[in-house]
Design a protein around this ligand. Structure first.
Ligand SMILES: Cc1cc2nc3c(=O)[nH]c(=O)nc-3n(C[C@H](O)[C@H](O)[C@H](O)COP(=O)(O)OP(=O)(O)OC[C@H]3O[C@@H](n4cnc5c(N)ncnc54)[C@H](O)[C@@H]3O)c2cc1C
Length: 438
């Protein structure tokens, strides 16, 4: 039997053989483990730390309990031991494992499998506080919640991207949002009653998280129509403003994904920026003047940075938080940002994609550097731009793209030969996510 094991302490994208087993690195980037707490070094802290019972306690506040937030919280807790406070603030009570949303849409996952309570962080020595961040006072070092302020010595922002279907007229009423649990579950329900017709996957605007997701969605849903025996009386089409699939990864990868769509009879319409959706007539109007008809619409909504980061001066209006690409430090003292909320320009003029693989790796780097600062050591960890992503193709098969997005002058990204093992690898990632982090 050909067995593949995914190991967190092997770099992703690497494979080794061991006693007949094939071992592969963790598929969401896992840089070298954070150093163990140095019990010999006194907990002296920095100038802003609070003196509590004769000891300096650092208050580390993390906004967002998604990928970046939980990874940083757990790593900080492990690095610092019990001597300092780590607090995660999230407006939601549950952490959602977003990569499985597409499996909810295609009917192969129950929605309840995707979430776990963030209160589990309390068991790991991290304080979890439910609250929606309303604003930041970066000079007084306070996070303003709907029900009071939280002071910090070190602040990590990981609030992700806001999903804004309201930015495209008619979108919310006209279709199902692939990027929410309700939307994915609703699409599954629609499909179970679908008699056949035109199924459209629409990318409403750029940028959006997980550049492969709309293509995966189209292929998974196409397989679902076949399984239901209604493919013969159905069409599947993808409309997107992108010039090609996953443009940041280069023309070869785009052509490979396009080939996957074509081989499944999925029509592809790049360069199509939607301006309105009309629910009654079930049509989408585009900037080009084209009009597309649909019977079932699954959409990737417009994304935007949360208002509080713009209001705090961390991001320009309509833009994303500016950070140092290697350390994820913002221009504000003791404030970092990771994951989807950031906008990191690349050498080729495009931006680092928004993906969990990057949020995880960046959170590891920031956690190590904050832990070093708390111990009065020099922060030395850097994010190198490596990342990987699955491309689910339906029928239990997937591709796997891996590479370095900080490579000059263009990212170097390779697509591994698609097959069953990458689908299994994604399932293993899903299965190990909650045991690892919550
Ligand atoms: C369908 C789909 C498939 C995907 N597949 C993959 C994949 O295969 N591989 C991959 O690498 N990535 C994938 N992603 C992308 C990945 O899930 C995200 O990039 C990742 O979750 C980003 O992490 P983050 O920490 O920046 O934000 P998130 O994980 O989105 O977490 C943000 C958190 O902040 C909280 N928050 C937001 N605003 C506030 C506020 N004002 N106050 C308090 N809390 C707030 C939110 O409630 C949320 O819990 C996928 C995404 C989707 C939607």
């Amino acid at each position: 039997m050909n067995v593949l094991l995914i190991l967190n302490d092997l770099p992703y994208g690497t494979e080794r053989s061991y006693n007949g087993l094939r071992l592969a690195g963790s598929l969401w980037a896992t840089p070298p483990a954070a150093p163990k707490p140095d019990k010999s070094s006194p907990s002296v802290g920095g100038p802003g730390h609070r003196l509590l019972r004769g000891r300096h306690m650092a208050e580390i506040v993390i906004v967002g309990g998604g990928v970046g937030g939980v990874v940083a919280a757990k790593r900080l807790r492990r690095s610092l031991g019990g001597g300092h406070h780590v607090t995660v603030v999230d407006r939601a009570r549950e952490h959602l494992f977003q990569p499985s949303l597409l499996w909810v849409a295609d009917g192969t996952r129950r929605p309840e499998r995707l979430s776990r309570p963030l209160s589990r962080l309390n068991r790991r020595g991290v304080s979890f506080r439910v609250g929606a961040v309303q604003g930041l006072d970066l000079s007084a070092r306070r996070v303003r919640l709907d029900d009071g302020d939280v002071p910090y010595d070190y602040l990590l922002l990981a609030p992700g991207a806001e999903l804004r279907p309201d930015l495209l007229p008619g979108l919310a009423a006209g279709g199902r949002n692939l990027y929410t649990l309700d939307g994915a579950a609703g699409l599954n329900a629609d499909l179970s009653r679908f008699p056949g017709g035109r199924l459209v996957v629409l990318v409403a605007a750029m940028p959006f998280k997980c550049p492969a997701a709309p293509y995966e969605a189209a292929m998974l849903l196409e397989a679902r129509l076949r399984a239901q025996g209604i493919r013969g009386r159905s069409e599947v089409a993808v409309y997107t403003p992108e010039p090609q699939p996953m443009p940041v990864a280069g023309p070869a990868l785009g052509a490979a994904v396009r080939g996957m769509l074509t081989s499944r009879g999925i029509d592809y319409f790049p360069g199509h920026k939607a301006v309105a959706v009309e629910q009654q007539s079930r049509t989408i109007r585009f900037e080009t003047g084209d009009v597309a008809r649909y019977d079932l619409l699954a959409y990737v909504p417009p994304h935007a940075a949360p208002a509080f980061v713009v209001e705090a001066g961390l991001a320009p209006a309509g833009g994303w938080v500016k950070v140092d690409p290697k350390t994820l430090a913002t221009p504000f003292e003791r404030v970092w940002a990771v994951g989807d909320v950031t906008g990191i320009p690349l050498a080729n003029g495009k931006s680092l994609p928004k993906a969990g693989v990057f949020a995880e790796a960046q959170a590891e780097v920031v956690a190590r550097n904050i832990a070093a600062l708390v111990r009065n050591a020099a922060p030395a960890a850097e994010f190198g731009g490596e990342g990987a992503c699955f491309v689910e193709m339906g029928d239990g098969r997937a591709g796997f793209a891996t590479g370095n997005f900080y490579a000059m002058p263009d990212p170097i990204v390779r697509l591994k030969t698609p097959g069953r093992r990458w689908h299994w690898a994604k399932m293993l990632l899903e299965r190990t996510w909650f045991p690892r982090w919550l």
